[in-house]
Design a protein around this ligand. Structure first.
Ligand SMILES: Nc1nc2c(c(=O)[nH]1)N=C([C@H](O)[C@H](O)COP(=O)(O)OP(=O)(O)OP(=O)(O)O)CN2
Length: 174
């Protein structure tokens, strides 16, 4: 039985080994209208994780990290906002392009002490620099009504060591 015949057979088919198949595919404009694509008017957060490989070393630090070494960093970016007409806060594809331009291109396969502003290249310092860059990049995404904002970042240096930054902390002086 081909898929078309199966569709016509509908859900009443009860043969041995049969599996449920949608009786018909939803057709835009007939079964669902544009106004229905946006289900709610709530703020929702989406997350995407990226990796980049970089070398670095720490100053005034007694331990193995004072020597030049490398990490595969994992960066998780959380963005919140109101969904657009088709039910997306931000297209993951657009978020990826922005993070690539602002963070991955400058940092991936680079010597962090050489490409970041003068600072110790700890995850605590790096995550604030990353926040500033992403907040700038987010201005180019979404519409004003969506009110997109960066909610949190997590930067993992190793599988067991990470820093977290939250939006509310960026407003704190100490
Ligand atoms: N608070 C911080 N401490 C350390 C940082 C940092 O950014 N912030 N960075 C380092 C080093 O870069 C080091 O590579 C990572 O440290 P560590 O977690 O100790 O690495 P290990 O591979 O030894 O991790 P284990 O899972 O414990 O083996 C040092 N400190």
């Amino acid at each position: 039985m081909n898929p078309k015949e199966w569709n016509q057979a509908g859900p009443s088919r009860k043969e041995e080994g049969a599996f449920p198949f949608p009786p018909k595919l939803q057709v835009f404009g007939r079964d669902i209208q544009k106004e229905q694509l946006k289900y709610h008017q709530r703020r929702v957060a989406v997350e995407k994780t990226f990796t980049f490989d970089s070398s670095h070393h720490l100053h005034l630090y007694e331990g193995k990290c004072k020597a030049l070494h490398g990490h595969t960093y994992r960066l998780t970016v959380q963005v919140s906002g109101f969904v657009n007409d088709i039910g997306l806060v931000v297209d993951f594809k657009d978020l990826k392009a922005m993070v690539k331009e602002k963070i991955l291109v400058p940092l991936d396969h680079q010597y962090l002490n050489g490409v970041l502003p003068p600072m110790n290249t700890s995850v605590e310092n790096m995550i604030v620099w990353i926040w500033e860059r992403l907040e700038e990049g987010l201005k180019e995404l979404g519409s004003p009504e969506q009110a997109l904002r960066l909610e949190s970042l997590r930067l993992e240096e190793t599988p067991t060591s990470a820093a977290t930054l939250r939006r509310e902390w960026m407003g704190e002086d100490r």
